[in-house]
Design a protein around this ligand. Structure first.
Ligand code: 0X9
Ligand code: ZN
Length: 297
């Protein structure tokens, strides 16, 4: 079964998602949106207290980057809290949730079996190096700053925009629900940031201040870890083809990349003892997005 005291293999995570869908069929649906290069299913969990599915929705994904293990852990924790914790029922009242805990399952498994620090997908490139950086593979400003056409680079952008089945499946799914989805949150590590588009260059959306106000509100909910809010290209570096920029570009107003704990002491190899504190610290921040979305309607 599932717990948040250790990191889990993909089978455990998918087993848990299946268990939830079987146990709570009225609020949980497991949607297979495609399959990875190596043939693993790509799962989105839909959590909704109504069957119609026309409430405003919040999307959360994790595991774009294979080695950022805290991200799928937080995503599954959020799913658990929304589904199995009666006190959180009100979070389903006005909002539907789409949560994809592992966007890059091939990479995630590879970090468990072969190379703990693998980042990319595992698609065959025809050369000796496999995979593309899924967070350089989305179709907005694809191939721009902070990307590489070197197949062996950690930031290889792929053969073309959405060349990876994982990013293609996500973009197809989200595009079909672009009117419903009001918030796009993508969980990464590390650094403890709320990153605001644009990420492809130091440029600011016209509604940047709205985005920043909401992120600041969310950041103020954290008790244990302090999160910094700001423009992605400015705080970190310009990097084009990110999922956050793409989501913003199709009209999802509140689109953020969250860089979870820590700030670099352990970095990607965050000890399992951090999972609970990081998850518990993060969950209350979601309230801010729920309130915002429930009043947009
Ligand atoms: O470089 C990335 O893809 C993200 N940082 S990470 O250390 N998790 O790899 C930041 C992405 C920020 N968003 C964009 N540049 N669009
Ligand atoms: Zn990342």
């Amino acid at each position: 079964k599932m717990d948040w005291d250790s990191y889990h293999r993909l089978d455990d995570i998918y087993g848990y998602l299946n268990y939830l869908a079987d146990t709570y069929p009225r609020i949980v649906q497991l949607v297979s949106i495609g399959s990875s290069s190596e043939g693993r299913p790509l799962y989105v969990v839909r959590i909704s207290s109504s069957s119609s599915g026309t409430k405003p929705a919040i999307w959360i994904d994790g595991g774009i980057h294979a080695r950022e293990w805290i991200s799928p852990a937080v995503a599954t924790y959020i799913i658990r809290q929304l589904v199995e914790e009666p006190k959180n029922e009100r979070l389903l009242l006005n909002v539907d949730w789409y949560i994809m805990p592992v966007m890059n399952p091939d990479g995630y498994e590879y970090t468990h079996t072969s190379n703990r620090l693998w980042r990319k997908t595992r698609s065959a490139t025809g050369a000796r190096c496999r995979g593309a950086d899924p967070n350089r593979n989305f179709g907005y400003q694809w191939g721009g700053k902070g990307t590489s056409r070197d197949l062996c680079s950690e930031i290889y952008h792929g053969a073309n925009a959405f060349s990876e089945p994982e990013t293609r499946a996500v973009s197809n799914f989200i595009s079909g629900k672009a009117n419903q989805i009001q918030v796009y949150l993508t969980l990464h590590s590390y650094g403890q940031y709320f990153l605001i588009p644009w990420g492809y260059d130091v440029r600011f959306p016209t509604d940047y201040n709205d985005m920043k106000d909401l992120a600041n509100k969310a950041a103020s909910k954290f008790r244990r870890y302090k999160y910094t809010v700001g423009n992605s290209a400015d705080l970190l570096y310009p990097a084009a083809g990110g999922s956050d920029d793409w989501a913003k570009s199709i009209g999802i107003k509140y689109s953020y990349t969250v860089e979870l704990a820590d700030t670099g002491n352990h970095g990607f190899v965050l000890p399992a003892s951090f999972i609970r504190p990081v998850c518990e610290d993060f969950f209350p921040a979601l309230e801010v997005f729920v309130e915002k979305v429930a009043t947009i309607k």
